[in-house]
Design a protein around this ligand. Structure first.
Ligand SMILES: *Cc1c(COP(=O)(O)O)cnc(C)c1O
Length: 398
């Protein structure tokens, strides 16, 4: 039988990320075991009956729950201060399930327009096909959230900080507007990381992650998670999750569980590097704008200071010379790699206008502040001086 180690759940994040949620088998293994099993066997027919009735605890089938996946969920619950969670195969499986499980035809969703492209596809296209209307608002403008409310509004959805311009939305204020009208607020907390921002404590009802990003943090596997109260999960997600099958593979859950052990260290290092490089970029003559939530010149600095423990592991900045200068800069980098991923051990840089946000119209890009010279930089674990040398040399070459 598995022994659960629950006495460690009230500790600080660094300790929780090493010990939280651990269940040991009777072999007493140090590292968490990887349970690559689809199903589970029962000693007797009566035991199977009792488990299906929910009268006896235990696992039934890995599409519902799996011991390794459960350890990942419980470690994340401890970090987030959530009562329950479900791991998913990807961040997008988490977003899709978290929204779909609580709406039906005739309902209405309000979302902040600065969304990851696939999130925008779900709220605009998938929801429309199911008869659910969606209104997009400028997330920083509280009046727009208020005015978008309808009697049938069920869900508010946002990312903060946003991709790629790192706009910061006031979670507590938006949660209050949602709750006054009986709607639930779902926050995609990927850019903030669970280390720097706690949406549930700020009033959000549901938090989702792409664990593919900082939680793995070493570029290996896809994963996601949905965290909320036990009541919300029981009422909305429990059956939806079991029967639609977005389950996280136990192999990936194990990888993510090991990723959590180093998450606080990695995020602290990446944030310190981002803060240092943002300050140096702001002084550089070829840079016309630096967007970093930890800097006082960020448009949403006051909100960021209130709801985030630190800036971010990402920076966005504009090269004054537009697309051609931005491309020359990217091509001259030797350590920082060109990739649309983020939160990785390797520093990664992307040109949103021609990649992640190329499907938006030029007007929609302009609305979001995605200029042709905009670069998004995700800081990795390299030495910050090596990174700055690389960036400075590439700026000179651009
Ligand atoms: C990457 C990302 C997702 C999607 O996650 P996947 O694991 O790639 O499916 C969702 N939201 C944000 C903000 C992301 O950065």
């Amino acid at each position: 039988m598995l022994k659960r180690d629950t006495k460690k759940n009230s500790l600080k994040p660094a300790t929780l990320m090493v010990h939280g949620g651990t269940m040991r088998s009777n072999f007493g293994e140090t590292s968490e075991a990887m349970f690559l099993t689809q199903g589970f066997v029962y000693d007797t027919a009566e035991a199977a009956e009792a488990r299906f009735k929910g009268e006896e605890p235990g696992f039934i089938y890995s599409r519902y729950a799996n011991p390794t996946t459960r350890m990942f969920e419980e470690r994340m619950m401890a970090l987030e201060g959530a009562e329950d969670a479900r791991g998913t195969a990807s961040g997008m499986a988490a977003v899709a399930a978290a929204i779909q499980c609580q709406v039906k035809a005739g309902d209405h969703v309000v979302a902040a327009r600065a969304l990851f492209g696939s999130c925008r596809y779900i709220v605009e296209t998938v929801m429309a096909r199911c008869g659910v209307d969606c209104t997009l608002v400028d997330g920083r403008d509280l009046d727009q959230w208020q005015q978008a409310m309808r009697p049938n509004t069920k869900v508010f959805f946002m990312e903060t900080p946003t991709n790629p311009t790192l706009e910061v939305i006031d979670i507590a204020a938006v949660a209050e507007i949602a709750h006054r009208a009986g709607a639930k607020l779902v926050v995609d907390n990927v850019f903030a990381t669970p280390i720097h921002q706690k949406p549930l404590a700020l009033g959000a009802d549901v938090v989702i992650y792409s664990a593919t990003k900082h939680i793995d943090g070493q570029g290996r596997c896809l994963g996601g998670i949905i965290l909320s109260s036990k009541d919300w999960i029981d009422e909305n997600l429990h059956d939806f999750y079991r029967h639609t099958g977005p389950a996280l593979s136990p192999f990936n859950a194990w990888t993510l569980l090991k990723g959590l052990e180093t998450l606080p260290l990695r995020v602290a290092h990446q944030t310190a590097s981002a803060a240092a490089i943002a300050d140096r970029l702001a002084e550089h003559g070829k840079i016309s704008r630096v967007l970093y939530p930890g800097r006082e010149d960020h448009p949403d600095y006051a909100i960021a200071k209130r709801q985030m423990a630190a800036g971010s592991t990402l920076i966005a900045f504009d090269l004054a010379g537009g697309k051609s200068e931005a491309f020359r800069f990217l091509n001259a980098l030797e350590i920082v790699l060109i990739s649309n991923n983020l939160g990785d051990a390797k520093s990664l840089v992307t040109h949103p206008a021609t990649t992640t946000h190329k499907n938006l119209s030029p007007e929609a890009r302009a609305e979001l502040g995605i200029n042709d010279g905009l670069i998004r930089l995700s800081l990795g674990l390299e030495d910050v001086e090596d990174l700055w040398d690389d960036i400075e040399a590439a700026l000179a070459a651009a």
